[in-house]
Design a protein around this ligand. Structure first.
Ligand SMILES: *[C@@H]1O[C@H](CO)[C@@H](O)[C@H](O)[C@H]1NC(C)=O
Ligand SMILES: *[C@@H]1O[C@H](CO)[C@@H](O)[C@H](O)[C@H]1NC(C)=O
Ligand SMILES: *[C@@H]1O[C@H](CO)[C@@H](O)[C@H](O)[C@H]1NC(C)=O
Ligand SMILES: *[C@@H]1O[C@H](CO)[C@@H](O)[C@H](O)[C@H]1NC(C)=O
Length: 188
């Protein structure tokens, strides 16, 4: 009995070390090409107390020292914003939307502009029906930022990959436009 369980334990150890040896040590960038690539733009107009008709986002939480019509100082730190932004195929705010980007961003850095994003793309167009879900850190001062595509539904059933964000335009604190390049590495 003792010998059998010892053998089992040894065998298990061998299996584990074999698995560890064959596992990749670090990320291998672009070791295989994406199975689907998509580019979209989304447009965010932040409520500032005077633009209710046009606003697509609003500060819903702010630090004690700030308020919900003006972004907090410094670096918008502590502001939590809910958004429902149109998604377009080109960089024109007035192009026909192909879906909505909905979710939130939380400015979570006090010494530089940075946010944490958690949102979905909801598609209901002739091109796509379904959702893609995104999450990750957005260090806004980086020219490009990579966030995770953590899943999808409908046409994007079980999709996973990486989305590269870049700020295509911003006008003061009220309007910004993000370019989103989506590279899916898991497609069904
Ligand atoms: C809303 O958007 C329209 C079209 O871009 C613009 O003409 C108008 O000035 C905007 N209104 C406000 C309150 O920002
Ligand atoms: C919000 O805070 C800003 C900046 O401190 C200030 O200028 C503005 O008057 C405040 N707005 C309200 C409605 O309290
Ligand atoms: C998607 O679009 C179709 C056709 O326009 C509409 O009937 C349906 O209600 C929409 N679904 C959602 C979830 O918006
Ligand atoms: C931001 O830029 C730095 C330096 O270029 C890079 O190392 C880092 O991965 C970038 N962060 C993200 C989230 O893309």
């Amino acid at each position: 009995m003792a010998t059998t369980s010892m053998l089992k334990a040894i065998f298990l150890c061998l299996l584990i070390s074999a698995a560890a040896a064959s596992a990749p040590r670090g990320r291998k960038p672009h070791s295989r090409p994406p199975c689907q690539q998509l580019v979209f733009y989304f447009h965010d107009i932040l409520y500032n107390g005077h633009n209710y008709e046009n606003a697509t986002s609003a500060i819903i939480g702010s630090p004690q020292w700030a308020n919900k019509t003006t972004v907090a100082t410094p670096f918008n730190f502590g502001d939590l914003v809910a958004f429902d932004d149109p998604i377009t195929l080109d960089n024109n705010l007035h192009s026909r939307p192909v879906g909505r980007a909905q979710g939130m961003y939380l400015y979570d850095q006090k010494s530089i502009y940075g946010a944490w994003l958690s949102f979905s793309f909801l598609f209901n167009s002739t091109d796509y029906v379904g959702t893609l879900n995104f999450a990750g850190a957005d260090p806004l001062m980086n020219k490009t930022r990579d966030i995770s595509v953590i899943g999808g539904t409908g046409d994007f059933f079980m999709a996973r990959g990486v989305a590269t964000l870049s700020t295509d335009s911003f006008e003061g604190d009220v309007y910004f436009r993000l370019r989103v390049e989506i590279n899916l590495y898991e497609c069904w």
